[in-house]
Write a protein that binds this ligand. Structure first.
Ligand code: ZN
Length: 258
């Protein structure tokens, strides 16, 4: 169920895998996301299993209610002391989390969008970012890095890994999406191709985020893409393009270990 991502010492990074997939069930087998139509008990069950594997309480597994925004929230002791309604308010409409707390797992839910994990192992600051094409255009990865810097991180020390996301061959987009990337100043030559037959545009969403990370001061050799395409591997990962948006999500998480 948990696929570890080798990021840096002192940090546990991972993505989840679906497990025994029943192809007729769009939430099969493992889903911790509670706002994409899954049964609440199944979500709770999945969360309990994940917490058991991580060796943490349910309160220490934290994920935002994502809306393709570019808002970042900091999970600190003040957040941990809030009651549950106030915590939900903090997490609503947020697409990236940053923390310095040990043994608190932050993460994002995705199905084709890019889940991005960031860690400064020296300053001990970590982040989890949901970067779909809208968030990528809005520069959410850069916003998350800015927030990490405010918490003491240095871009030159940050290690980044992107989890399972849609590959360029699978990510066909309309020209209006291409235009948004052009307007946002991406170097298009390295992220845009056109299908020889259909002439439809295909974007490299991981490559676009790599451009943002480098602009934010990360070293090229600190950026990893160790996972496979979500759309090409439906038995391992959820894919909104394959299953529709009412389906489970892959959870990609990060935790500072004491
Ligand atoms: Zn693919």
């Amino acid at each position: 169920m948990i696929q570890p991502i080798d990021l840096c010492p002192g940090v546990l990074a991972f993505t989840t895998q679906r497990g025994n997939v029943n192809t007729r069930n769009k939430y099969s087998e493992f889903n911790v996301c509670n706002y994409t139509g899954d049964d609440a008990l199944h979500v709770l069950d999945s969360r309990m299993m994940l917490c058991m594997q991580l060796g943490i309480d349910m309160d220490s597994l934290i994920m935002p209610h994502q809306t393709h925004s570019c808002r970042v929230a900091v999970i600190d002791n003040r957040y941990m002391s809030l009651d549950i309604d106030k915590q939900e308010n903090v997490l609503d409409g947020v697409d990236a989390l940053v923390t310095r707390l040990d043994n608190v797992c932050i993460g994002v839910n995705t199905a084709d969008c890019v889940p991005l994990l960031l860690a400064d192992p020296e300053a001990r600051v970590v982040a989890a970012v949901h970067a779909g094409w809208r968030g990528t255009v809005a520069g959410i990865a850069a916003r998350a890095i800015d927030t990490m810097v405010k918490q003491g991180a240095r871009p030159g020390n940050i290690i980044a890994a992107m989890g399972p996301a849609i590959c360029q061959a699978c990510f066909e987009v309309g020209d209006e999406v291409v235009e948004q990337f052009e307007k946002a100043g991406f170097e298009m030559d390295s992220i845009l191709t056109r299908d020889a037959r259909t002439l439809k545009a295909h974007l490299d969403l991981l490559g676009a985020n790599r451009q943002i990370l480098k602009k934010s001061g990360l070293k090229e050799n600190h950026i990893f893409t160790p996972c496979k395409c979500s759309r090409c591997n439906p038995a391992s990962y959820f894919s909104a393009r394959a299953l529709g948006i009412n389906s489970g999500r892959t959870f990609t998480g990060i935790m500072l270990k004491k």
